[in-house]
Design a binder for this molecule. Structure first.
Ligand SMILES: [Cu+2]
Length: 298
């Protein structure tokens, strides 16, 4: 679900990574005080795997502090298997979704992944720019991985098992949200202006998988320019509109009905929200079908 994130990674790598004045070591300003009384799990992506400092929590509100030690980028993904699917089947679904040329295979990959797993995010992060993801989790077995690159054709990628047990309570972080975003009809419903640090609350109110990348773009970039750049690239990148001096971050893939809150602290400027999941019908990226929205962080 991430072939276009690879492009962002390449842009970052080519420019010597991210320049955020050293980057915040922690989201001290972003957690609005709810970090203290909530179960917190530290998750670190290294470009291949995601490790946790606690693999067993109680049901209810869980805060994941997600960071990256990868060369450039981590796509930290958390999911549960469903409908009797195995991890092997799930990885095959993801391989299909990443198919380099065949759009019908990509479409099948999205359909199968939606049926075989529930996705909870977590986050796309770059070194020095962590995000904190808060969710309300039910008991069950969850899996974490760093899906920055497509799974190897033969060997399955490493996954980290994460268990949630018992009863629990608490919210999902929405109470503290500064920005509310809804995913519906292959569109982002989101305000135009966001604070440069705060909490976004993302709800997938659609019937398919989506994610939300905040891609920094050049000042003055318009929705029309974004659409043209996406069409010129085949739907996987905004090309020269990208501003490589600021970090691309975001909410990783979330399933229909899933919601989460994300604390962020980012450089101000213009960004475009993008989703590159392949359409379940024709395999085109959601972005090129119009799933983009220009926003300003101030
Ligand atoms: Cu989408």
């Amino acid at each position: 679900m991430r072939r276009r994130l690879l492009r962002s990674t390449l842009v970052l790598a080519a420019t010597g990574a991210v320049l955020v004045g050293g980057g915040p070591a922690a989201l001290a300003g972003g957690d609005h005080g709810h970090g203290r009384d909530v179960q917190t799990v530290h998750v670190v992506g290294n470009g291949t795997a995601a490790s946790v400092d606690d693999d067993h929590v109680h049901a209810g509100t869980v805060r994941f502090e997600v960071s990256s030690v990868a060369p450039a980028f981590s796509a930290v993904t958390m999911f549960q298997l469903k409908n009797g699917a195995t991890l092997d089947q799930f990885f095959d679904d993801v391989r299909k979704e990443f198919h380099p040329t065949d759009l019908s295979v990509r479409a099948e990959g999205t359909r199968d992944a939606r049926r075989h797993a529930t996705f909870y995010g977590l986050a796309d992060v770059v070194p020095g720019v962590p995000l904190a993801v808060t969710e309300n989790l039910r008991p069950g077995t969850y899996w974490l991985m760093d899906l920055t690159t497509p799974p190897d054709p033969v060997n399955d990628p490493p996954v980290t098992r994460f268990r949630v047990t018992g009863g629990g309570s608490g919210g999902d972080g929405s109470r503290h949200a500064d920005v509310r975003v809804r995913l519906t009809d292959d569109r982002f419903l989101a305000p135009r202006v966001w604070p440069r640090a705060g909490t976004w609350w993302l709800t997938n109110a659609d019937d398919t998988l989506h994610f939300m990348l905040l891609q920094p773009v050049q000042p003055g970039t318009t929705e029309r320019q974004v659409q043209q750049a996406l069409e010129a690239s085949g739907g996987g990148s905004v090309g020269d509109l990208a501003d490589p001096t600021r970090p691309p971050v975001g909410s990783e893939v979330i399933s229909p009905g899933v919601r989460h809150a994300v604390d962020y602290d980012l450089p101000p400027g213009r960004y475009v929200l993008l989703c590159f999941v392949a359409d379940e019908g024709d395999g085109m990226s959601h972005a090129v079908m119009g799933m983009h929205r220009v926003i300003d962080l101030r």
